[in-house]
Ligand binder design. Structure first.
Ligand code: ADP
Ligand code: MG
Length: 256
């Protein structure tokens, strides 16, 4: 079982879109996938059309009230399961701060799943901040996938992320969390800027950049409001094709 955090401290860069659609493509390819929503905004939860029953989110797991297995719900897709989030998860940051090992709650909660190998891949959608929830996701992950928006400020943040992520993951455990790669998102064919940003990232970190680039596509933005991944909402759209392509590249890199 591999645990991958989809992370970038910036909001609106395509983390949730990538998590949902990569998860759907992996399940489509026959992998047993668990998506854990660690963002109190719960966009991955609603994007998969899931409604959280009272006490049914990741929050109870992190509080030690429930086991993670009890909070797993099925989705509309076979082989894709979900641990939902809810707004109340935000309050956990204060609870955690008082605990002895605030960074390792999620890691500990995942241990039974690792032992039983119930899933091939666990994807963690993360909040756009560097708080304890993000630190928990990074400490629980084996690898980090960084979505980067094709826009100017993406580059400014990149060196900061590359510097910070392994350190956050390494807090206490001393292992550091390896970066699997960078996925460029929201590429706009009509602008030179998109092309330039990709070129710059390629120059700086060629070994990290995934070849697949996710284009800006209205269908990708619409899908969550229908509670579906793009592969279910519009299976032949350019967004669906791109994420399937990325999924293949992702699996190749994972097994390399
Ligand atoms: P994050 O999770 O990093 O905050 P999201 O995945 O929620 O980012 O994306 C931010 C917004 O951009 C959302 O409204 C989403 O639907 C939209 N979006 C994401 N990827 C694309 C894309 N490739 N094309 C068009 N819109 C996109
Ligand atoms: Mg998000």
């Amino acid at each position: 079982m591999k645990v991958i955090a989809v992370a970038n401290q910036k909001g609106g860069v395509g983390k949730t879109t990538t998590t949902i659609n990569l998860a759907a493509c992996l399940a489509e390819q026959g992998k047993r996938v668990l998506l854990i929503d660690t963002d109190p905004q719960a966009n991955a939860t609603s994007g998969l059309g899931s409604v959280v029953p009272p006490g049914g989110s990741l929050r109870s797991v992190l509080l030690g009230e429930k086991r993670i297995r009890e909070q797993i719900v099925s989705t509309l897709l076979p082989r894709l399961a979900l641990v939902p989030s809810e707004l109340e998860l935000a309050a956990i940051e204060t609870t955690f701060a008082a605990s002895e090992s605030p960074f390792f709650q999620l890691r500990g909660a995942l241990q039974p799943l690792r032992e039983e190998q119930d899933y091939d891949i666990v994807l963690l959608d993360t909040p756009p901040s560097l708080g304890l929830l993000m630190a928990n996701a990074l400490a629980a992950a084996d690898l980090v996938l960084i979505p980067l928006q094709c826009e100017y400020y993406a580059l400014e943040g990149l060196s900061k992320i590359l510097d910070l992520l392994p350190k956050l993951g390494a807090v206490e455990s001393g292992k550091g969390t390896r970066i699997l790669g960078i996925l460029m998102t929201m590429f706009d064919v009509r602008t030179n800027l998109s092309q330039q940003v990709v070129e710059d990232v390629r120059r700086h970190v060629p070994e990290l950049l995934f070849q697949t680039i996710i284009p800006r596509s209205i269908r990708l933005a619409e899908a969550p409001s229908h509670g579906k991944p793009i592969t279910a909402y519009d299976p032949s759209s350019v967004g669906a094709v791109s994420y399937r392509h990325f999924c293949t590249e992702f699996l190749n890199r994972l097994s390399a």
